[in-house]
Write a protein that binds this ligand. Structure first.
Ligand code: IVH
Length: 702
């Protein structure tokens, strides 16, 4: 039980805070309080009311549906849109299920376990199979008419497969991809970005003037008018009619099964591509629901099991400047440690210096931090009303903080003009480290000396070192020089996974490098892989795939020099996958002079089936069989006109097209993109941000 407030004034202040936070939650562009704080406060309010019922006003937030849920419109709901009670742990969930059984006088006949989507509840009416009205929840009794904007939500079609008259209830929300697009559009018009997908969905759904038509999605979790079958069957029927729903979520018999399903949902939440804040457990049978009934606030037949939130607030202690391997300079946030989705987060990316200004974030701010899937935590915005009076904007560096070199600011991502040489020390130390090439004796001091003497700038230079050269350095004797040269030469036989790790490809670490090596077998095959091929590897999504492809293209000269010096470029014991196609072929050639040539990527080494294949260089926008991918560019690609964007598609091996259909393979989405992006999302077509496309173009040199 949460701790009750001791004084009536503390209790009243808490009620006001709950109301203000709820109002901001439903209507404001930014969140006022994160979910965990809100829930904790609500629990204290409830505990106080148990201890002091005489303090409780009639309209206490614990009594009212969706306290302060923003705009109450004039669409009166056919029946109230209720809320759900929350539980936060296994024990309370067990107690809830036991209470429901007791209420029914027998065990409930099955429960569904659904994701609790973090969006906005709406009621959508279809008449004779046509969408006629969509309303927000409002205060539960009446909501605002949002028919115009809601029509654009993917999953809420204009017409159904059959002319049924039904009312569908569900959640309008933004997927992570929708959210990126929404913020690109919003900042493109000079407005501050949304702090959270939910506020973005709320803003878009309620936008009257359609200044930006960001994509949204819909998922139904309830329906009236489809007969009296179980809830799970009704959800499947909605899918059949063309409405996206929670169909296919587990139906459980026992509380133990429910707990397993809840756990699985929490574990898989990162892969959903949209935010959920818990699981909703519901009695599946209408008879059980009728018998259990509802209170004025929430049904007794359903409950929300809340997960720890994946957006939290914390203090931004400082902004540090990080310089990458290639000289890219990025601001990084140092955070007061905060737990998000089970992980302690202490730093987060701020993308670039423009972004820092756009998001209006300063050291000392209380910021929203989000962890989405595999992605590095990011700061989505600051709570401006909590900004310390003495805060000052962050001052970006005037020169490279690592080497003092000049900074190239012509691109969004700033770079040290010294480029790779600027990061040589870091890159070489990493390459030589234990988990990489494991070169004993190559420590920081000797690396510094070698760089200062101009002997090495990248890892390939190490293999040119000999004993006489090393002897010219301080504190290098015959024995240590001999040992070091031997250790360097011995490192040439390390497996491909380690070589890859040592190269420090962005968005990969040890295990991802190993996975890539195990999947492709040779550096040839990896270099020839398109972003789509790369996505065949576990945990490689579109973003990561493009980054890896771009990084490898950038690293190609070093890789070729390493191979020319006899560094092993294959994975021992690699067995090619049976369906190996030319582009992912598995040349076993270890000849240093040819092993990294792109035209060799299809030469089949010892495999006679593959040996017959023609030499084949695959362009980034070609399919496995070499045919062009159909690509639509919508919105602007940085630095390119519309025409240049389409030309670039062709240069990269694709076929550019003006309209999105099921046949489209890829949609490049830039600032100002419109309905095509939403349609792509709707059809499940792969989406690539315009920046990524521009980077692919740049690094491919095409
Ligand atoms: S059932 C009568 N199922 O959570 C109860 N709600 O906190 C109707 N929500 O108002 C709600 N996902 O906005 C239900 N799978 C789901 C849900 C869900 C998200 C939202 C909905 C509801 C709120 C309650």
């Amino acid at each position: 039980m949460a701790e009750a407030f001791h004084t009536v004034s503390d209790y009243r202040t808490a009620i006001e805070r709950v109301r203000a936070a709820a109002a901001a939650y439903y209507s404001g562009p930014d969140l006022d309080m994160d979910d965990a704080d809100y829930d904790a406060l609500m629990h204290r309010v409830a505990a106080t009311e148990t201890a002091h019922p005489e303090w409780k006003p009639e309209d206490s937030p614990t009594e009212v549906v969706a306290a302060g849920a923003g705009v109450v419109g004039d669409v009166v709901h056919t029946e109230p849109m209720l809320s759900l009670d929350n539980v936060f742990d296994e024990e309370t969930l067990r107690r809830w299920a036991a209470r429901l059984d007791k209420l029914l006088g027998r065990p409930a006949a099955g429960y569904t376990v659904e994701p609790k989507i973090d969006g906005l509840a709406i009621a959508a009416r279809y008449e004779a199979g046509r969408l006629v009205q969509v309303a927000t929840r409002g205060d539960g009794r009446a909501g605002e008419d949002v028919t115009g904007q809601a029509r654009r939500a993917a999953g809420l079609p204009e017409t159904l497969a059959e002319p049924v008259t039904i009312e569908v209830r569900g959640e309008v929300f933004m997927t992570e991809a929708d959210f990126e697009i929404a913020n690109a559009m919003r900042t493109g018009t000079g407005e501050p970005p949304f702090a959270h997908p939910r506020s973005a969905a709320a803003g878009t759904l309620r936008a009257q003037d359609r200044t930006y038509d960001a994509p949204m999605s819909f998922l139904a979790y309830g329906v009236r008018g489809l007969g009296e079958g179980p809830h799970s069957a009704a959800m499947a029927e909605l899918n059949r009619l063309g409405i996206a729903s929670t169909a296919g979520t587990p139906v459980c018999e026992t509380i133990d099964e429910i707990l397993v399903a809840v756990k699985e949902l929490n574990e898989n939440r990162a892969a959903l591509g949209y935010g959920i804040d818990g699981a909703v457990i519901k009695a599946d049978q209408p008879a059980d629901r009728d018998l259990a009934g509802s209170s004025s606030r929430a049904p007794r037949w359903g409950i929300a099991y809340k997960f720890p939130p994946d957006t939290r607030t914390t203090r931004l202690k400082a902004i540090e400047v990080q310089i990458g391997r290639t000289g890219v300079i990025t601001p990084v946030a140092v955070l007061e440690p905060v737990q998000i989705s089970g992980v302690i987060v202490t730093s987060a990316t701020l993308h670039n210096f423009d972004d820092l200004v756009r998001r209006n974030v300063r050291p000392g701010d209380t910021v929203f931090v989000r962890r989405a899937g595999d992605v590095i935590p990011e700061i989505t915005g600051a709570k401006l009303d909590e900004r310390p009076a003495d805060s000052v904007p962050f001052e970006p560096p005037a020169t490279c903080p690592r080497c003092g070199g000049e900074i190239d600011r012509t691109q969004k991502r700033w770079r040290c003009t010294t480029g790779r040489a600027c990061g040589a020390r870091e890159a070489l130390s990493y390459y030589a480290s234990r988990d990489c090439l494991d070169i004993e004796g190559l420590g920081g001091k000797i690396i510094d000396m070698l760089i200062a003497a101009g002997r090495v700038t990248d890892p390939a230079d190490l293999y040119d070192l000999d004993v006489p050269t090393l002897l010219t350095f301080d504190r290098m004797g015959e024995v240590s020089a001999g040992k070091l040269v031997a250790a360097i030469q011995a490192s040439r036989s390390q497996p491909l996974g380690r070589v890859l790790t040592g190269l420090g490809v962005r968005m990969t670490g040890r295990s991802m490098s190993r996975r890539l090596a195990a999947h492709f077998g040779t550096m040839d095959a990896l270099l020839a892989a398109s972003p789509l091929d790369l996505q065949e590897v576990e945990a490689v999504g579109p973003e990561r795939a493009v980054t890896i492809a771009a990084e490898l293209a950038e690293l190609r000269p070093v890789i070729e020099r390493l191979a020319a010096r006899g560094v092993n470029m294959s994975e021992p014991n690699f067995r090619p996958r049976p369906a190996a196609s030319p582009s992912t072929s598995t040349s076993t050639s270890t000849s240093p002079s040819t092993s990294t040539s792109p035209s060799d990527s299809a030469s089949a080494g010892s495999d006679p089936a593959l040996a017959a294949a023609e030499p084949f260089v695959r362009l980034p926008l070609q399919k496995e069989d070499g045919t062009p991918m159909t690509v639509v560019v919508t919105g602007s690609v940085p630095g390119l006109t519309r025409n240049e964007g389409n030309e670039a598609v062709e240069r990269l091996g694709g076929r550019s097209s003006g309209s999105v259909s099921k046949k489209t393979d890829l949609v490049v989405v830039g600032e100002g993109a419109g309905s095509k992006a939403a349609k792509a999302e709707d059809l499940g077509v792969e989406i690539m941000p315009a920046e990524t496309f521009a980077e692919l173009l740049r690094t491919s040199g095409l």
